[in-house]
Design a protein around this ligand. Structure first.
Ligand code: GRF
Length: 220
C-alpha cells in the first residue's frame, strides 16, 4: 500500500493508550495517527497530542447529542480516518458512526470481556468489581465496537493475574501496561489485514500474526 493507514483516536482521559499508539507508529511510513477527539476540554490526552504534533478536537457536550454525532462523523471523515480507536473513551459511539466505520472501530477495555464491562463499568469501578468478585485473572480486551458499551466482537485478549494484596489501583496499573502492548498490536493487525470482522460478526484472523508478532517481540 502506498498511502499510510490513517488512525484516529477518541479518548476522554489521560491518554496513555493514545501515547502508546503514537509511540508505536511514529517511525512507520505506513501508519499515521492523524488526530484525537477528546470528549471533554482539559482531558490530558489533548496535551499529549499537542506534544506529539497530532491534530486534536473536542467534541460538543452530550446535551447536543445530535450535534456530537455530526461533529464526530465530520471530523473523522475530514481526517480521512481508516481506523478509529477508542482509547479510554467514556461515551457511547453514535449508531451512525458505528455503521459508517463498521469493522474499523476498536475499543480497549481493562478487563476480560464479557465480564466486568458495560454501562458504568469504567476506570477504578472495573478493577474494584474484579477484586470484589474474587477472580484470580483479569486482563485487557480489544474488541470491535458495536452499538452497545463493551459488547462488540472480541479481537484479542491478554490475561493479567490478580494478587492477594491488590487494590483497584494496583490492578489498574498492571493491566495498563498490558493495554499499552495489546492495543498497538491489535491496531497493527487490523491495519495490515491480519484480522478482519466478517459479515456474520465473527472475527477472523487471516494470519497467525498476533501471538508471534506481539508478545515474542519485546523490544517495542
Ligand atoms: C484504560 O484503562 C482503558 O482501558 C480504559 O480507560 C483507561 C484509559 O487510560 N477504557 P488512558 O487515558 O489511555 O491513560
Amino acid at each position: 500500500m502506498s498511502d499510510a493507514v490513517r488512525i484516529a483516536v477518541l479518548a476522554s482521559g489521560g491518554g496513555s493508550n493514545f501515547q502508546a499508539l503514537v509511540d508505536r507508529f511514529r517511525r512507520s511510513p505506513e501508519r499515521e495517527v492523524v488526530g484525537v477527539i477528546a470528549s471533554r476540554e482539559g482531558a490530558g490526552v489533548l496535551e499529549r497530542a499537542r506534544r506529539a504534533g497530532v491534530a486534536s478536537a473536542v467534541s460538543p457536550p452530550a446535551s447536543t447529542s445530535g450535534g456530537a454525532a455530526t461533529f464526530l462523523r465530520r471530523t473523522l471523515d475530514e481526517w480521512r480516518s481508516d481506523i478509529v480507536v477508542l482509547a479510554g473513551y467514556m461515551k457511547l459511539v453514535p449508531e451512525a458512526l458505528v455503521r459508517a466505520y463498521w469493522g474499523r472501530i476498536l475499543n480497549i477495555h481493562p478487563a476480560l470481556l464479557p465480564e466486568f464491562g458495560g454501562r458504568g463499568m469504567y476506570g477504578a469501578r472495573v478493577h474494584r468489581a474484579v477484586i470484589e468478585a474474587g477472580v484470580r485473572i483479569t486482563g485487557a480486551t480489544v474488541h470491535f465496537v458495536d452499538e452497545a458499551y463493551d459488547r462488540g466482537p472480541i479481537l484479542c485478549q491478554w490475561p493479567v493475574p490478580v494478587l492477594a494484596d491488590d487494590t483497584p489501583e494496583s490492578v489498574a496499573a498492571r493491566v495498563l501496561t498490558v493495554e499499552h502492548r495489546i492495543l498497538p498490536a491489535a491496531v497493527e493487525a487490523l491495519a495490515s489485514g491480519a484480522v478482519r470482522l466478517e459479515a456474520d460478526r465473527r472475527v477472523r484472523w487471516v494470519r497467525e500474526w498476533f501471538e508471534t508478532e506481539t508478545f515474542t517481540n519485546r523490544e517495542g
